[in-house]
Design a protein around this ligand. Structure first.
Ligand SMILES: [Fe+2]
Length: 532
């Protein structure tokens, strides 16, 4: 390694220079000599010297100044001062100026060799150390960059994870909402109830102030507001509009769900065509089944006043699915009920056609029973059962001859038994009709008595089904106030007195009281019309 190093010797005494050159060459160094500091600086600016050996006292620029200026030029240059004027002051001064070591004249050759070798070793170590330091700096910089990059990646990944989790949580909430609304609407068979249940649930879940459902009236080409929530709900309920105009018309025409973030900025609707919503952001989604559009559901005016988002639209679109199915189910159920009821009515009419005196009896009994059911606050389902049972309560008489049915005068015991069989016969007739299952009981038991003396099961008191007890009162009242072949119709007041007298014996006293009150509340003209 030593042969790679160049040493510059500076001394105004040529002999010293040559001596040093000879010595150092023997050690394997490349040596240049110069006799003045000025020339030394020039050499240093041109050559790649590892070390400079310089005299202290030289004419012109002395050794210390040379060292100072050399170090300014080459900070890594090792310098050994060679002087015959060795004092502590000069030594300290030399070290202050950046001299690495110090040799006094006359110098010992071995000492010089050691000093040169040691100084170059120190220089080499310093360079290695510097290189290591530089490498360390680079490594630290790289590490810091990687750390920052990793931190950024972690932050980004955490952010993405949080976003994904939030989105997932939101979606789960939406699905729970859809599931709940789907379950709610599927539990109802009445169309109005289906629509209103859905709107209530949506208002709660989506924080809506305004929402509505409009159904398509295809025959008239109009949309009808069938259910509504919001400040103007009562005002707009039942109103109609052309099915091809406005925002709803756009949805019907395109069958696409619509999200409007700000109606004022939406180029699809240059002029606001509906003033039903207070806010400028709203949703409108088609209600359709198997590509048949049935109407639209609209949502507007979030309580938070925040515009609707794609996520809100997705929720409403998802809810529209089960809602459409529930609407179709309700429509089909309504159709089925209407068909069934028509059949029931046809049966009753065919029965009463056999006996001119009982014409309209079943219809009137049905009306009385319905009035009582409403006064008692019974459910819609019970009302429908009563209407079926009312129309068919005497269907069992279809097998009884007209001779017995229209007989003037007292019936024989045998004939009376035939008459008494009609509730059971009636029940048997409708046995195979599943939709009349619930009507079987009131038909079978409409001749039971409160005191247990009725037929066919001799039930008494509360053991008699409620609907059968209602039927018993309604049936008896109409029978009394109707014309019969063997007697004229009884006046209303007399019939009421008869009912009251039989309350607690033949009839449920509470129901009798409710019925007579409903009669009192109704107009005389109506009652007279019924009994004629
Ligand atoms: Fe009867």
């Amino acid at each position: 390694m030593a042969d790679e190093l160049k040493i510059l010797v500076v001394d105004d005494e040529p002999k010293i220079c040559e001596l040093l050159r000879a010595l150092l060459r023997r050690e394997g160094y490349a040596v240049d000599v110069t006799y003045s500091a000025q020339e030394a600086l020039q050499r240093l600016s041109q050559g790649d010297y590892a070390m400079m050996l310089t005299d202290l006292k030289m004419p012109g620029m002395d050794g210390l100044e040379l060292v100072t200026r050399s170090k300014q030029m080459r900070s890594d240059l090792s310098v050994i001062m060679v002087t015959g004027y060795a004092t502590v002051e000069t030594a300290v001064g030399a070290l202050r100026h950046g001299v690495d070591d110090y040799v006094t004249k006359p110098f010992n050759i071995d000492e010089l060799r050691k000093v040169v070798s040691k100084t170059l070793s120190v220089r080499r170590l310093a360079r290695v150390n510097q290189e290591l330091m530089d490498q360390l700096k680079v490594a630290n910089t790289t590490l810091e960059q990687q750390r920052d990059k990793l931190a950024h990646m972690v932050t980004t990944a955490t952010g993405h994870l949080d976003e994904t989790l939030a989105a997932l949580r939101h979606r789960i909430e939406d699905l729970a909402t859809v599931n709940e609304i789907g379950r709610l609407v599927a539990s109802a068979l009445d169309l109005d109830r289906v629509l209103n249940l859905c709107l209530d649930a949506l208002c709660g879940k989506m924080g809506l102030q305004t929402c509505s459902i409009m159904l398509l009236d295809s025959e008239r080409g109009e949309l009808v507001v069938k259910a509504s929530r919001g400040a103007k709900s009562a005002e707009i309920l039942g109103t109609r509009q052309k099915a091809d105009v406005g925002v709803a018309g756009w949805v019907i025409r395109t069958t696409e769900p619509l999200l409007v973030e700000d109606i004022a900025q939406d180029p699809r609707f240059p002029k606001r065509q509906s003033e039903r919503y207070a806010g400028s952001s709203f949703l409108c989604v088609p209600l359709s089944l198997e590509s048949r559009v049935m109407g639209v559901i609209s949502a507007a005016d979030k309580r938070s006043r925040i515009p609707f988002t794609q996520s809100d639209l997705n929720l409403l679109v998802t809810v529209a699915g089960p809602l459409s199915i529930a609407m179709e189910n309700a429509r089909l159920y309504q159709l089925l009920q209407e068909n069934c009821f028509s059949t029931v009515k046809a049966l009753a009419i065919s029965l009463e056609a056999k006996d001119g005196y009982t014409s309209g009896h079943s219809q009137r009994v049905t009306e009385y029973a319905t009035t009582m059911a409403n006064a008692l606050g019974l459910t819609e389902k019970d009302v429908v059962i009563l209407q079926h049972a009312g129309m068919l309560h005497d269907i069992g008489k279809i097998g009884i001859t007209e001779q017995i049915l229209n007989k003037r005068g007292r019936l024989s015991d045998e004939e009376y038994q035939v008459i008494r069989s009609h509730p059971v016969t009636g029940q048997r007739i409708i046995q195979s009709l599943e939709f009349l299952r619930a009507a079987r009981e009131p038909i079978r038991n409409h001749h039971e008595r409160w005191d247990g003396a009725g037929y066919p099961d001799a039930l008494h008191g509360q053991r008699i089904p409620l609907l059968a007890r209602i039927m018993a009162v309604a049936d008896a009242y109409d029978a009394m106030t109707s014309n019969r072949p063997y007697r004229p119709p009884m006046p209303k007041a007399d019939a009421i007195r008869e009912l009251q007298a039989a309350a607690g014996a033949q009839f449920d006293p509470e129901l009798t009281s409710v019925f007579t009150k409903t009669l009192a509340a109704s107009a005389d003209g109506q009652s007279d019309a019924r009994t004629s």
